[in-house]
Structure formats: C-alpha cells, structure tokens
Design a binder for this molecule. Structure first.
Ligand code: PGA
Ligand code: ZN
Length: 427
C-alpha cells in the first residue's frame, strides 16, 4: 500500500517549474512521474495550477505542490497502489471541479502517473506490461509521428500551422523509423541552410520555420523526404497539426503569415487542396475547437482518406469523444494524460475512441521532461501511434529511445508499421 506521497519542484524543457511526485510504498518501492505543460492548450483541458505574480514568469508551482503534499498525500496514504481507479477517484473526490482547478491538473497528473509507476514496481513489471495487464490491452510498438518543422505557438507564430511531421508506416521496425527520420530531419536542415533559412529549432526541436508561406513548409518537407532517398507517400507520409484554434479570430481564421482571413469553408477548402497536392495521411485540429460544424464538414469530406485527430477539440475527454463520434466529427483522438488530469480518465478516453474504430495517439506536450511514461502508455495500450515532438533535444529523444528499449523486451508486441497505408488505416 501507499505510505507516502511527496511532491517536489523540478524544471521542464522550457526552463519552467513543474511538479514531480514520488509515491513510496510500505515495502520501500518508488513510483515517480513529472507533469508536462502545453503551450497551445484547449480551453476545456485540466488547468495547470500556477502561482501567478512576478517571480518565475508567474509559473511557480508552490500551490500545486501544496495540493500534493497536503490533501493528496493525506487521501492516498494507506491506499492499495494496484487500484488505479480508486486512487484517481480519490483525486476526483478532492477536486470535483471540471478543470481540476482546485488541486491543479499538474498536481493530479503527476500523482496519478506516479501511482501507476509504483504499481508497476510492486508487480515487478515494466510499466508498459503493467498497463497492458491492468487494462486488458494488447501491447504494440507504436508508429511515431515526428516533427520536422515546428510552427504556431511553438515558434513565436513564425508560421500559422503548428506541426509539420512525418510518419514512416513503411518501416519494418521502430529502429528503422528512427534511421529514416534522421535522414529526413537533416535533409530538411540542409535545404534550409542552402536557402539561407536555417535559424535554429522551435519548442519541440523541429527546425525553426523561416518560410514565406505555410505551403512553403509543405514543399520543403516533400523535398526533404526526396533528398533522404524516399518517395513521398510511399514509406514516408506527412502528418500535420493545424492547431486551428490558435489562429481563430472572432469566428474566422486569420493566417497572419499570408495576411489572409478565411471563413471555415475556405479553410477546409485550402486544407482539402493540400490533401490533394501532398501525401498527407493525418491531420490534427483542422478547424477551431469551437467550430463543430466545420469539424463535421471536414470529416464528411475527407474522413475516408485521412486520419482526423481531435486534440484541442476533444481534450482527452471520453464524453467529448462520444459526442464527436455521434456527430460525425473526427476519426481519431489525441491522448494527453495532463489534459484529462488522471490516468483513469485518459484510458477511458482511449477506450472510447477504440470502441468507435478511431485512432488513438498518445502524445507529449510542448513542455516536457525526462519522464518516459507516455512511451509505456502508448506501447501498453497498443494504440498504435505516439506523438512526441521532433528528433532533437533529450526531452524528445528520451521517449523515442525508451521505445527502442521496450522493443527489445519480450512480449512488447510487434511494430505497428511495415505496410503501406490503406483505407481507414488508423482504426
Ligand atoms: P501543446 O501542443 O503541448 O503546446 O499544447 C501540442 C499539440 O498541439 O499537439
Ligand atoms: Zn495539437
């Protein structure tokens, strides 16, 4: 059973404070996890409780740590660590507010994940194995979505679109995905350098997007895939996170880079044109989180040929997944444990999506740390896809490298790729 729960302040990939939680069992075993932090957040996701004020940019977490070391520690002391649902219920009982603003979603997510880690330690299992056994899922090594250019809120809005990524479904192993990604990533850097446009990296390690239009990023990505010796659309495909809520202004969409205002229909037409012109297999938040009609329309027009992921739109919420499935909006969900605030609610969302034949992509945040929980969650739940950011910087690489280790462990399942994409490939 749980003996102590202790929170401490640690620092994330952007240098901001965040919450780490240690859950120590009566036999001395430890579970530890760290809360990540988003920059392009949905309005309905769990709140990171921060102190405000002038110090540390207002981002200190002493109030969230007080939640962990006070009410959370008191409520979890003596609890059965193997009962994840009961531990998460105890957190919800302490904070029934919809966005977890009382305890702080940063306090609850670090605690909930630390409990999961402690339970795995108690069972003497790697975390991915514990997750699979606990939730009755079949482990699979996921197909990564890897960022090549970072834009939007992760690059000072240098371009409007947020993530220009690749997926390598044609690779036969996770290791081969890493190798091909290295080639594409550095080919993209070479092309940027040749154009005199190389200017460092964005928040998640992708190249800084020194482009004159959003489409120039797509053209450059295609050129990079070719320069890497691949045929775009064959083994390597493109995945975009539009993060359209970030450029939604007064009910329309404003592409600042191109000085263009569009209504929902024009944005959908523009993205449809991109789907025709480029080998795009997946697209996230193509319209704003409040644009339900737009999401339904986008899914009606393109849902049979491309994966359509709700991130800001669905905020890892099982109820919103159910509503979207009923309305015909999206065919996949991004699963970010800190959007929900607990492991149980995240797994519930994951299962709701899978029950509808949807894709489910376990995802990091733009503010990350050395925590590798999501590599294990993605593998253990067998969801098939993992989004972590780019192919530089250790808070990203630690997740990819953990998948390589998991791949070497017996029973972790086969790699999801190895075949060209066809039909509703994500389901
Ligand atoms: P965030 O964005 O972590 O900065 O909120 C990531 C995403 O939109 O997928
Ligand atoms: Zn997103």
């Amino acid at each position: 059973s749980i003996e102590t729960v202790r929170g401490r302040r640690v620092w994330d990939s952007r240098g901001h404070p965040t919450v780490e939680v240690d859950v120590v069992l009566d036999n001395g075993l430890l579970g530890r996890a760290i809360a990540p932090a988003g920059a392009s957040r949905g309005t309905r996701e769990a709140i990171d409780l921060r102190d405000g004020g002038d110090r540390l940019g207002g981002k200190n977490v002493s109030r969230a740590l007080a939640s962990v070391n006070g009410p959370i520690a008191a409520a979890l002391r003596g609890c059965d660590v193997t009962d994840q649902a009961a531990a998460d219920q105890a957190l919800l009982a302490l904070d029934p507010s919809p966005l977890k603003e009382t305890l702080g979603g940063n306090a609850t997510v670090a605690t909930s994940l630390a409990v999961l880690h402690a339970a795995a330690a108690a069972a003497a299992k790697p975390l991915w194995r514990h997750v699979a056994d606990h939730y009755g899922t079949t482990p699979r090594i996921p197909l990564p979505e890897i960022q090549i250019f970072g834009g939007g809120a992760h690059a000072g809005r240098r371009v409007d679109i947020q993530d220009f990524m690749i997926m390598v479904p044609g690779a036969t192993s996770f290791d081969e995905v890493m190798e091909i990604t290295n080639e594409v990533y550095f080919a993209a850097g070479d092309i940027m350098a040749q154009k005199g446009k190389l200017a460092g990296v964005a928040d998640e390690g992708g190249w800084w997007p020194m482009f004159d239009s959003n489409e120039e990023a797509l053209e450059t990505l295609v050129a990079a895939i070719e320069k890497a010796g691949e045929t775009p659309g064959d083994r390597v495909v493109i995945s975009l996170d539009i993060a359209a809520s970030e450029f939604r202004k007064d009910g329309s969409y404003r592409l600042a880079l191109e000085d263009r205002d569009m209504d929902s229909g024009a944005l959908i037409d523009m993205l449809g044109g991109w789907l025709d012109a480029y080998p795009i297999a997946s697209i996230e938040d193509p319209v704003g989180e409040d644009d339900v009609n737009g999401m339904v329309e986008f899914t009606r027009r393109f849902g049979d040929r491309v994966q359509i992921i709700g991130d800001d739109y669905l905020v890892t919420n099982a109820k919103l997944v159910e509503e979207a499935a009923k309305a015909g909006a999206c065919n996949a969900v991004l699963v970010k444990v800190n959007q929900a605030g607990t492991v149980s609610e995240s797994v519930e969302t994951f299962k709701a999506a899978r029950a509808h034949g949807w894709g489910a992509i376990v995802s990091a945040r733009s503010g990350e740390t050395e925590d590798t929980s999501i590599s294990h969650l993605s593998t253990g739940l067998g969801g098939g896809q993992l989004k972590v950011g780019s192919f530089t910087r250790s808070e990203r690489m630690v997740k990819w490298n953990e998948c390589l280790r998991i791949q070497d462990e017996p029973g972790s399942g086969s790699f999801v790729g190895g075949a060209p994409l066809a039909g509703t490939w994500w389901g």
